[in-house]
Design a protein around this ligand. Structure first.
Ligand code: ADP
Ligand code: MG
Length: 336
């Protein structure tokens, strides 16, 4: 067993987390109650996939402690993130890192890349010598497939978009976090460079045992890099489980539509294409399947909110067309 296993590694748990935004008199149910966790060992990449507006960034922001949930709790090492203070809060900030969509946002044109990488090291490992800091920076750059000698000492304008986004990932891992939340890390990067960045995520899981929440609207990259998937539609989990099972044998009509709309193996095709991303759909107030108005298989009974139920080992769906398999675990965490 690895040392991490023996040490009872970092856990990040969501317990019945939901989010309701209030904008004036309007209420947006961005996320319906969801319970799952990112556990330490063995490290995994869990994809959260969904169209634009399905609640992915809301979920990421709540997991990172940047946004408070309306109901439920986020627990880091068993403790409520909103109540962490002092050393525990620092430990959370150090070990749960984020990579955001925009590869340019974090770069200050007047500072060399070294500065960008050094800030988190100085903050979280203030005791390190200059040589040790340099070594940490080199390791992080190598982990994302960059040559330190080609990167250190450069200014942002001397780097390509793909290099910038890989540095963005390097910056998140330079202090060796246990968990990485990557919100659409490749959606603003040129198609030709995406594979490199995704390979970097896989290598983080393999070589550094980092657990990764990979958020995307792109099912094809999810299929290539992740171990399991949670499919969100308008804030609700439609289907979840082992990535191969969900993609190769989708059970929910929504997931089936999505997968059938992808001309495999076209890596460019986005989920939120015109055909299926319809912002005009009517809000079903409160109860009912979120997919009802678009579902080709809908039935009168579907206006009752479906539960997420187990259909096969490591494969869940929330659709009334399916009966739960009573002998299987219905817990989302156990099935990811
Ligand atoms: P995604 O990342 O999947 O595109 P988001 O989590 O950004 O989805 O948004 C989910 C829903 O919540 C959308 O309907 C969005 O308009 C709404 N929303 C997001 N942030 C806010 C906010 N700060 N105030 C009000 N509504 C918001
Ligand atoms: Mg988003």
């Amino acid at each position: 067993p690895s040392l991490r296993g023996l040490m009872n590694t970092a856990t990040l748990e969501l317990k019945n987390v939901s989010k309701l935004y209030r904008v004036g008199k309007k209420e947006v149910h961005a996320l319906n109650p969801i319970t799952f966790d990112l556990l330490g060992d063995p490290a995994r990449i869990i994809t959260v996939a969904g169209e634009s507006g399905s609640g992915k960034t809301t979920l990421a922001s709540i997991m990172l402690g940047l946004l408070g949930p309306t109901t439920g709790q986020v627990l880091y090492e068993g403790k409520d993130v909103s109540k962490l203070s002092g050393a525990q809060y620092r430990d959370f900030r150090k070990n749960v890192q984020a990579v955001f969509q925009d590869p340019f946002a974090v770069f200050n044109p007047f500072y060399q890349v070294d500065h960008l990488l050094e800030v988190p090291i100085r903050k979280f490992n203030p005791g390190l010598s200059k040589a040790a800091r340099r070594k940490a920076m080199e390791e992080a750059l190598e982990a994302v497939g960059l040559q330190p000698s080609e990167i250190l000492g450069r200014y942002p304008h001397q780097l390509s978009g793909g290099q910038r986004q890989r540095i963005n990932v390097a910056r998140a891992i330079v202090i060796k976090p246990k968990i990485l939340v990557a919100d659409e890390p490749v959606s603003m990067v040129d198609a030709s460079l995406r594979a490199n960045i995704l390979e970097a995520l896989v290598s983080l899981r393999e070589n550094y045992k980092v657990n990764i929440l990979y958020i995307t609207h792109d099912l094809t990259t999810a299929y290539h890099v992740s171990d399991s998937i949670i499919v969100l539609y308008r804030g609700s989990v439609m289907e979840a489980g082992d990535i191969t099972k969900v993609v190769e044998s989708p059970q929910h009509p929504y997931t089936q539509l999505l997968i059938n709309s992808i001309p495999w193996p076209d890596l460019e095709r986005k989920w939120d294409n015109q055909r299926y991303a319809n912002p005009d759909i009517q809000e079903i107030s409160g109860a009912g399947c979120k997919f009802y108005s678009r579902c080709p298989n809908r039935q009168p009974g579907c206006q009752v909110t479906p539960q997420l139920v187990p259909l096969f080992p490591r494969h869940l769906a929330s659709c009334l067309l399916h009966q739960p398999q009573a002998n299987l675990d219905s817990n989302l965490t156990q099935n990811l």
